[in-house]
Design a protein around this ligand. Structure first.
Ligand code: ADP
Length: 435
């Protein structure tokens, strides 16, 4: 717009300059014609010039008029088109003045008898052309401005439309409305990326919210079972127990056992939540093979039916939360012992992969193995194998293993076939200060 304004001013000034130059040329050309006429008549005493002479009028091209004023200011002769309006006498180069109210350019010279001969060129035409040009440029400029503003408005509306939709969707999002998605048909790449990012964020939120709801549902369901047991035994005690020492002892033992199991479950649950919410920064360097040896020693004492042993071990230092890793290893060993039937055995080993700088800790058992369709489910919180519901546990062990490994920058995996035992492996990156 500024460029247009500057160009307009330049064009108008140039046009004014050219038209004024043309007017000056015509005024001076007329004056030259009259001067030549006067020169050719200098031999006479009296010069007779009739401003209304048709031949002279014809010779003065482009509407140039003539005025002859006597030394005492009387008008001797003037072009008929000049009419009766006063035009001050002027001697010299062209100047701009007013004839009546009309702007004119005038130039003149003195005759030998001191009269003044002056040519007059009306500037109304020049000014009219300039005014028309100004109006034309103003119209173009105004139209251009309106068009530009209109296009800007349309463009802004087009750009802002996705944001308006986004705002509308964002206002609709509540805990029960996390299924809202942004459906944008836009040619703007950035907006498409924004919509995609928003939808992915909503998907993550929805999944996380749903799994939290499931989590709470499972937790309350699992809590109901021990509460029912305790309530029933309390009822038995209140009705018959106090008078019957056998019943009262049985009831108290059952209550104690249930409370202890529930306490373990609550602790596991809290630990799982703590690990999932940990900021991954609480790490220290420790030897994971040493921790495994300690746990295997403890497990040996607890396992009455399946021997537990380490078949291979290499020193491996990792950077992680040692308590979390201890819980994870313990959960794997506990499962291996729990699911190995009598006569089975549990083997653990620690192997370093120097090429890829990680340590692999494997716990294998000779248990019943796991169905293929269950392999993907067993790491989910509260999932319990369909054949193992009667075994002690709450389906939190492997979820904890998974969460710990995620927090430690490692991973957990399983290889198993029904009837051929299971092999759980956790992979941890080796610490930078190698062993
Ligand atoms: P829990 O053992 O308390 O049921 P986990 O999360 O530790 O919970 O395990 C989830 C499920 O994975 C178990 O219910 C079981 O079906 C299966 N599982 C875990 N470890 C083994 C194993 N060593 N052998 C066979 N099945 C296993």
């Amino acid at each position: 717009m500024t460029v247009f304004a500057v160009c307009t001013v330049v064009i108008l000034l140039s046009m004014q300059h050219l038209l004024m130059r043309d007017a000056e040329t015509k005024t001076l050309a007329g004056l030259t014609i009259v001067r030549n006429l006067v020169t050719s008549e200098t031999d006479e005493k009296t010069i007779h010039i009739n401003a209304g002479d048709p031949d002279l009028v014809k010779a003065l091209s482009g509407g140039v008029m003539l005025q002859i004023v006597s030394p005492d200011g009387r008008i001797i002769s003037r072009s008929p088109t000049l009419g009766a309006n006063f035009l001050p006498a002027h001697v010299g180069g062209p100047i701009q003045t007013y004839w009546g109210r009309a702007p004119v350019l005038t130039a003149g010279f003195r005759l030998p008898d001191n009269s003044t001969v002056q040519t007059v060129y009306p500037l109304a035409g020049v000014f009219s052309v300039l005014r028309n040009l100004e109006l034309l440029f103003a119209a173009i400029g105004g139209g251009g401005l309106i068009l530009t503003l209109g296009l800007c408005w349309l463009g802004t509306r087009k750009v802002m439309y996705p944001l308006a939709v986004l705002t509308e969707i964002a206002q609709k999002i509540t805990a029960s409305g996390l299924n809202q998605r942004l459906c944008l048909e836009t040619s703007y790449q950035e907006m498409a990326v924004l919509a995609d990012t928003f939808n992915k964020m909503m998907e993550r939120l929805e999944t996380s919210f749903r799994s939290q709801q499931e989590f709470v549902a499972f937790a309350s369901h699992d809590l109901r079972t021990p509460l029912t047991i305790i309530k029933n035994y309390a009822h038995i005690l209140s009705r018959w127990g106090w008078s019957d020492p056998v019943i009262s002892r049985e009831a108290l033992e059952a209550i104690n056992k249930t409370v202890a199991a529930t306490e373990r479950w609550v602790n596991d649950l809290l630990l799982l939540l703590q690990v999932e919410g940990s900021n991954y920064s609480d790490k220290s360097l420790f030897r994971v093979d040493t921790i495994l040896t300690e746990i295997v020693q403890e497990a040996k004492l607890l396992s009455d039916h399946a021997p537990v042993m380490i078949c291979h071990s290499e020193p491996a230092t990792v950077a992680a939360n040692s308590e979390y890793i201890r819980h994870a290893l313990w959960a794997l060993l506990d499962n291996a012992i729990k699911y190995s039937g009598p006569g089975g055995q549990v083997l653990a080993d620690v192997r370093i992969d120097r090429k890829r700088d990680f340590v692999r800790i494997t716990v294998s058992d000779s248990g019943p193995g796991i169905d293929v369709e269950e392999l993907e489910l067993i790491f989910q919180p509260f999932y319990r194998g369909k054949d193992h519901v009667s075994k002690r546990g709450h389906g939190l062990g492997l979820a904890l293993v998974q969460a710990v490994l995620k927090a430690s920058g490692g991973q957990a995996c399983v290889e198993s076939k029904p009837g051929q035992g299971s092999s759980f492996t956790i992979i941890l990156p080796l610490a930078e200060s190698k062993n």
